[in-house]
Ligand binder design. Sequence first.
Ligand code: ADP
Length: 386
Amino acid sequence: MSGLGQQEERASAEPPGQEALLEREAQLRSILETVPDGMIVIDERGIVQSFSAAAERMFGFTAAEVYGRNVSLLMPSPHSEHHDDYIQRYLTTGVRRIIGIGRVVAGRRKDGSTFPVELAVGEVKVAGGRLFTAFVRDVSERQATRQRLQELQADLSHVSRVSEMGQMASALAHEINQPLTAASNYLQAAQRLHARRDEADMPLLGEALEKARSQVERASEILRRLRGFIKKGEPEQQAEDIAKLIEEASAIALVGARERGVMVHFHPVPESGSVFVDRIQIQQVIVNLMRNAVEAMDGHPRRELTVATEPVAGDMLAVTVIDTGSGIAPEIAERLFQPFVTTKSAGMGVGLSICRSIIEGHGGQLSAKPNPAGGTIFSFTVPLAR
Ligand code: ADP
């Protein structure tokens, strides 16, 4: 990229002759043809100046179709509406959000489908102003570029400890239930002895009460242990940019979604601000909900997935994942958030119960309701960061 930048700068300092210009163009084209990543050059107004062959393959547009058009064409809503502002903000403030940083963002193909791209943007000063060069890498497809995703996934897999916690909690619940049942039996016996009002039963009565007491103590000991365990796994909450968090989680959740023909829409995510959460846990929830949504739309004629955010009462932010899939099977609707409830042959049925415990751990709520347009709407709330 720097080579290209130098060429551009030389060009601006000293206009080359016609032949040199043609040669330079041919050279540039051959570079563009061979760069494995997609390369897109835009000017300060966001207008596409060049579009490499790899970018054509990735986005499904030909270079001719995008030349002279705004690059926002290549990104899903709401970025498409805001991209001009992003450039403007950079030009006036000089604050870099993407340039030189590199991030996983969502790209939009000609057919409207979205896919995760790793984006790196460089800047080139030319006579008339500036050009921005974007390298895009389709991280949903390219084996060699899976690494960033793997890093994210490694982060997310930490959350499997939450799943262990869920399993442990159910084991512990069983363990607590035993002494409580025993205590209840001893107390019933004590009640019967007491009802007989026979002096001779007094020692037996005392014994039954003592046994009940020790069983209750056992239960409370188990609870103490459980509390200690939960404490260790307490989430590390801090202010996080919700838009970025959703974008990264979607990049993972949407791997393979293209093959399933899913259209993804993002609604007003970028200016939603910061939330006070454990990033990894909340990303795990989003990945779970989005994957469930994608699976629920398999084989359905309409496959639209929408992720939206909206501030709600009590300084909370609601994140909604809407699909147009099968809807919740009636036979599990009542028990949807209980562990081990699944309709999938290979399903564990723990996803939603973990999601709910994560969200409740953040002081929020997770719920599901039917989508009036067919499908399901899952929604959770998390606290906004002040
Ligand atoms: P799993 O995906 O392993 O089955 P989950 O707890 O994530 O576990 O989901 C439990 C069940 O809830 C699923 O098997 C499915 O029947 C139902 N479900 C979850 N999300 C959706 C959805 N978006 N649309 C329809 N059903 C869903």
